[in-house]
Design a protein around this ligand. Structure first.
Ligand SMILES: [Zn+2]
Length: 216
């Protein structure tokens, strides 16, 4: 879960860039991620956001590829809370294959308004991660980071949880739980990288077992 600080700045989220349509990493064995754009993010903003997320993963030696899902595919965006994804415990098992990323609007109640998204690393069906697009837009109003960069970092953070197989957070880097205003300034200027130790753990996870890392 990524959280953004409102007053004292405890926000957590991320960023974007521009792709010519749906981006492929160029790697033949990248982690496939299907994106269900239920929040009607513009194609240009989405392409920029995915490019940012791709760059963050690539820097960590992880290749991802994006595909477009149907916004009407409710089965692929159903939420499976039955597994242990809501805790910090590692998944005992999870399904393999394509990941599902849902872009939605934040719920009116039940979730902190500073939360930009969440992951279900142990889901057996439906969405593996969800991003609250309107929350990302709200962050944009109060920080120097662009919407695409915020969106891209939020996506990378939540997919990072899925690769880790855990909702656990780290003290530094992309997988921190809360992001302060200084972090967003960093996002605006460049991006927040995945901490080296987290990258190692992501690449050691089951989802990477049948893919080819980029060599770092
Ligand atoms: Zn998180």
């Amino acid at each position: 879960m990524v959280r953004t600080a409102s007053k004292s700045f405890q926000v957590i989220v991320l960023a974007g860039a521009c792709l010519p349509g749906w981006a492929q990493s160029g790697e033949t064995k990248a982690i496939p991620i299907r994106v269900f754009n239920r929040a009607n993010v513009t194609k240009a903003d989405l392409a920029r956001g995915l490019k940012v997320a791709s760059a963050i993963f690539e820097e960590a030696g992880i290749a991802v590829s994006w595909a477009e899902g149907s916004a009407d595919d409710h089965e692929s965006t159903a939420l499976d809370f039955s597994a242990n994804g809501a805790s910090n415990d590692a998944c005992s098992s999870r399904r393999m294959g394509e990941l599902h990323l849902a872009l939605d609007l934040g719920p009116k109640t039940g979730v902190m308004t500073t939360t930009l998204g969440f992951a279900l690393p142990c889901a057996t069906h439906g969405a593996d991660a969800s991003i609250f697009v309107d929350r990302c837009e709200a962050v944009m109003q109060n920080t120097p980071a662009s919407f695409a960069k915020i969106l891209g970092h939020a996506i990378a953070h939540e997919i990072g949880h899925v690769l880790l197989g855990s909702n656990e957070h780290s003290p530094a880097g992309l997988m921190r739980a809360r992001w302060e205003k200084a972090d967003w300034r960093r996002v605006a200027a460049a991006h927040i990288p995945i901490a080296p130790a987290d990258a190692v753990r992501m690449k050691a996870g089951p989802l990477m077992a049948d893919t080819v890392a980029l060599g770092r």
